[in-house]
Design a protein around this ligand. Structure first.
Ligand code: GYE
Length: 352
């Protein structure tokens, strides 16, 4: 991977920084503010091309905002942001335009995992490091510098343990659970991990999954898909949604059908489960018990991605896979912790 001239310039600038800062202060004190020549200023900035996959959910909006706020001129960056509108082809076009513009780094939040080899090879040939954000690619690890995001399967395993403990506390047998599964967009890392977690738990514990369908992480489709399942089955008592927006849509469909989304599963309520804890209103719904539990997914990746890029700029080795820590939220008192792989995770009581 080529070492770009600007990186060398940046390293030298960083070394010279204390001296430069000192001189700025004294200039200002003397009444002559140091004004940088604008060309000099522009060449100082590190350019990041950020290909975001879309704007499908509140989580995504928070993630985009965190990235935009973390790569401003104030921090020494110029960010070129492109919205892929859920289309891999648009994301590839964005990456190719970043390569053409000879950006210093590329941040890629890929919509799905497969099909990235060619364009990542092009970036590598151009000497531009790629940092994956949120979701992953299934390409060879040598084609990107590192990845930062969540352990989606772990999120799911924690949520399934919560469901197991909660339903046991309510006196239900595993065979009493009739689950519908509303998936995220097919082939995305978040969907793959959250689906695998549920599928394994259902098999191990003996739960029934009545049906499974993608709602692309959106509220509208979450409502439509849930409504169609409610027309088809009259014994649904758990709706497992792969994000908040789908859960909000599912609750709308449940209530529109004259049913109740709530914790009282042995009195006819339908338990709704969700991921993220980001959407406006999702935590409030959990406080009311309409969402029974949420596996947190933290979208605030910007400062962490910036820290990784700063380490790369300083020539340091960074870990290939960087995970963010996450919690489980619920307002229901029956379950106070869950254990996965021998590790106990306390439930964050959102009434507090
Ligand atoms: O959970 C969902 C979003 O990839 C973690 O994508 C992300 C998921 C997030 O649309 O709300």
């Amino acid at each position: 991977m080529g070492f770009k001239k600007k990186n060398l310039f940046t390293v030298l600038t960083l070394i010279a920084m204390p001296v430069m800062l000192g001189s700025c202060v004294s200039d200002t004190a003397a009444g002559t503010p140091a004004v940088l020549d604008s060309e000099e200023e522009a060449s100082d900035l590190i350019t990041i091309g950020f290909s975001q996959l879309g704007a499908e959910s509140d989580w995504r909006s928070a993630n985009t905002q965190s990235m935009l706020e973390s790569f401003t001129e104030e921090y020494g960056y110029n960010m070129i942001y492109e919205n892929g509108q859920q289309k891999q082809s648009l994301q590839m076009t964005a990456l190719r335009s970043f390569i053409q513009q000879d950006v210093d780094y590329i941040a890629l939040a890929p919509v799905t995992e497969s099909g990235w080899d060619g364009v990542l090879e092009e970036a590598k040939e151009a000497g531009i490091p790629v940092i994956l954000v949120d979701r992953r690619v299934d390409s060879d690890k040598s084609l990107y510098s590192c990845w930062l995001g969540s352990d989606f399967e772990l999120e799911s395993r924690k949520l399934c343990e919560w469901l197991d403990s909660y339903t046991q506390a309510k006196g239900l047998a595993p065979s009493d659970l009739n689950i519908i599964h509303i998936q995220g967009n097919t082939g995305s890392t978040a969907q793959i991990g959250r689906t695998r977690g549920l599928a394994n738990a259902a098999r191990e514990k003996g739960w029934k999954i009545l049906g499974q369908m993608s709602a692309d992480f959106t509220q509208t489709k979450g409502r439509e898909v849930t409504a169609s399942f409610l027309r088809r089955y009259d014994n649904i008592n758990v709706v497992y949604c792969e994000n908040d927006n789908e859960a909000i849509g599912a609750i709308e469909a449940i209530e529109a059908a004259g049913l109740c989304a709530g914790p009282d599963i042995n009195n006819g309520d339908i338990l709704v489960l969700s991921f993220d804890g980001t959407a406006e209103g999702a935590l409030e719904l959990a406080r009311e018990g309409k969402i029974a539990a949420i596996a947190e997914c933290n979208p605030l990746h910007g400062p962490k991605v910036r820290a990784l890029i700063e380490e790369l700029r300083a020539g340091k080795e960074v870990s290939k896979f960087n995970y963010v820590d996450e919690r489980i939220f619920s307002s229901l008192p029956e379950v106070s912790s869950v254990t996965v792989d021998g590790i106990s995770y306390p439930i964050e009581n959102i009434d507090n």
